[in-house]
Design a protein around this ligand. Structure first.
Ligand SMILES: *[C@@H]1O[C@H](CO)[C@@H](O)[C@H](O)[C@H]1NC(C)=O
Ligand SMILES: *[C@@H]1O[C@H](CO)[C@@H](O)[C@H](O)[C@H]1NC(C)=O
Length: 217
């Protein structure tokens, strides 16, 4: 007695599935895991200082702890670190904890508080790419990547592995390219000791007046 309706539904289903062969919807915008860590290589240019394509680093991200730590083998090409230590070739860490961004120079036992979340110096939210534009897939290598653009003053291209959604590239045009090692990606909460403020840091010790931090503040 329902035969007619069943055939009708089948036809609809077949039409729908055929249709989807021709129109592939864009993927949904990337959402970062609540917590992860991943190493990266970076090419960065700072006016006057120059370019380095040999910067290594590690990104620790934990939105539940509201903490971020970005280690770099040198701060020389980072506009914040460089403006505090005047172009010195020394490791530099951005550490965001309790809504404050610190610049830490572990080899120098030196640290200063740069700027606050209210100044716009906080951490990215997991959905920071929700309004990004899908550029397309890159299939130049056997790994298929999604390429997104999060417009700021310039293009900020973001790549992730299509199959696993692991972050691959943050390309802040025209002067900062971070290429992540997707095999180093670890999802899951970060040991709080990673975000511990070194003893030589204090929120009352602000970065120098003649640093980029002052502009941010
Ligand atoms: C994919 O990425 C490679 C390497 O970055 C680039 O040379 C190529 O032009 C890209 N392909 C497309 C279709 O964007
Ligand atoms: C990152 O740079 C190091 C040192 O130059 C190199 O050995 C390594 O292969 C690079 N990793 C990636 C993922 O490109």
């Amino acid at each position: 007695m329902y035969g007619y309706q069943v055939i009708f539904l089948l036809i609809i289903a077949i039409l729908n599935s055929d249709y989807s062969l021709f129109i592939a919807a864009d993927p949904t915008p990337p959402v970062w895991p609540v917590a992860f860590q991943e190493t990266f290589n970076e090419t960065s240019t700072l006016p006057v200082v120059g370019t380095s394509s040999n910067i290594q680093g590690t990104y620790y991200y934990d939105y539940e702890q509201k903490s971020v730590r970005i280690d770099r083998t040198t701060g020389k090409y980072d506009r914040y670190c460089s403006s505090v230590k005047y172009f010195q070739d020394t490791p530099c860490t951005h550490l965001v904890v309790n809504g404050l961004r610190y610049l830490v120079f572990p080899k120098l036992n030196s640290c200063c508080m740069c700027c606050t979340a209210e100044d716009g110096c906080g951490m990215l939210k997991p959905d920071w790419l929700s309004d990004a534009t899908f550029i397309g897939y890159n299939t130049t290598t056997p790994v298929k990547y999604q390429v997104w653009d999060k417009k700021g003053l310039q293009d900020n291209f973001y790549w992730q592995v299509d199959a696993t959604q692991i972050p691959y590239i943050i390309d802040q045009q025209p002067n900062d390219l971070m290429i992540f090692d997707v095999t180093s990606f670890k999802k899951g909460s970060i040991d709080p000791s990673i975000f511990a403020l070194p003893s030589y840091c204090s929120k009352d010790h602000k970065c120098p007046l003649l640093s980029v931090c002052t502009i941010a503040r």
